[in-house]
Design a protein around this ligand. Structure first.
Ligand code: M6R
Length: 359
């Protein structure tokens, strides 16, 4: 039920602070310790490599997960697009463990991979929003997103919930294997900060509506750029825009611009830089400036501690590994308002289905 909301997508964007708080309750005990299933944890510990398999937005959440597992749990991790993995799989490690990310739990491309994983006797975890969905039933373990029904075709709260659950598992695994990075990662209070940070953004809706009106509605192309985890979010931000506004959009690794995509920049083309990582902030800023010199209209989404006077959208500071939970919110809202201003069907964009049950 969308209640008083004009569209499911807007309601689902607004649900995100609540979902973050709910996950902090579900997966932490009263002492503030992260808790996941013991057998799952043991299985994860015996794996020498994690394979995250997913499609669309869930794949983009997997790209963030890849970094979380490597940094917090020091376990090699690869995120793969399920339709590719199914027919062009990489050479597997000796003890692989599979993580399927799927909001619906019904994506046929992912199921194709899981069937093969089961046939080979490997163990797996499905992270999904739908209890008893096909991918949940067929995997060894299930963890729920607890995000409530997601109805809009464009996925929003499932993306942030998937990243939060990946962080929860990475922390549990890293603690079990005595990783300092995991012990130092104060996830539970961080999820509270994230919830507040998202709330601060969704409370500024008029601002994002104005950005959509002034900088996006009349554009043919738009680019999101970033490095590392910010690049992973750029891909998702760009998918959100193209899905519901039909504006051609690409997420580009900031350093790759000059190897090709910068040729597409014309006068007024929006280029949005996502900047949350101290190590690479100045490099991404230089890449933005290079597009501005070709006439682009640049905008920045930046965390407070890295912000400069001319930055546009400034986010509350959270742990550098959790910034995707905040940086995606402006992109979701800008896409929503651009679609609305163009008079399009926000919740049911053309040519797309909520759950893709054919390969
Ligand atoms: O239900 P799933 O998470 O498996 O769905 C995967 C994709 O089909 C889905 O994320 C799709 O890309 C969305 N329309 C994105 O907004």
């Amino acid at each position: 039920d969308k209640g008083t909301y004009p569209h499911y997508m807007l309601k689902e964007i607004d649900d995100q602070p609540t979902v973050m708080r709910k996950l902090a309750q579900t997966y932490f005990n009263d002492d503030g310790q992260v808790t996941i299933d013991d057998e799952l944890l043991a299985d994860l510990q015996s794996a020498d490599r994690l394979y995250i398999v997913a499609a669309g937005t869930s794949y983009h959440a997997g790209l963030v997960g890849e970094r979380l597992f490597e940094r917090l749990a020091a376990v090699p991790t690869e995120a793969h697009v399920s339709s590719e993995f199914a027919y062009n799989s990489p050479i597997l490690s000796k003890h692989p463990f599979f993580i399927f990310l799927s909001q619906s739990g019904e994506t046929a491309d992912s199921r194709e991979v899981l069937t093969e994983v089961n046939a080979k006797g490997y163990h797996s975890l499905t992270i999904t929003n739908v209890q008893n969905s096909t991918l949940s039933r067929e995997a060894t373990y299930t963890m729920l997103l607890n995000a409530g029904p997601e109805i809009a075709v464009a996925s929003t709260k499932a993306y942030t919930a998937q990243i939060a659950v990946e962080a929860i598992i990475a922390k549990a695994l890293g603690e079990a294997t005595q990783q300092v990075a995991a012990a130092d990662f104060d996830l539970r209070p961080q999820l509270g900060l994230v919830a507040n940070g998202i709330q601060a953004l969704v409370d500024q809706k008029e601002r994002f509506e104005a950005v959509a009106k002034d900088n996006f509605v009349d554009q043919r192309d738009a680019f999101y750029i970033g490095r590392g985890i910010d690049y992973a979010v750029s891909l998702e931000a760009s998918l959100k825009l193209k899905e519901i506004t039909y504006i051609h959009s690409e997420g580009v690794a900031a350093g790759e611009l000059k190897h090709g995509p910068i040729a597409l920049i014309e006068s007024g083309t929006p280029v949005i830089g996502i900047i949350t990582q101290e190590r690479t902030a100045s490099l991404t800023r230089s890449n933005l400036a290079e597009t501005a010199a070709r006439g682009s209209h640049i905008m920045t989404i930046v965390t407070k501690s890295l912000a400069k006077a001319h930055d546009d959208i400034i986010l509350e500071d959270v742990d550098e590994m959790l910034t995707p939970l905040l940086t995606i919110i402006p992109a979701q809202l800008i896409s929503y308002y651009t679609s609305l201003l163009k008079g399009l069907d926000v919740d049911k964009p053309r040519n797309l289905a909520k759950s893709v049950t054919v390969q």
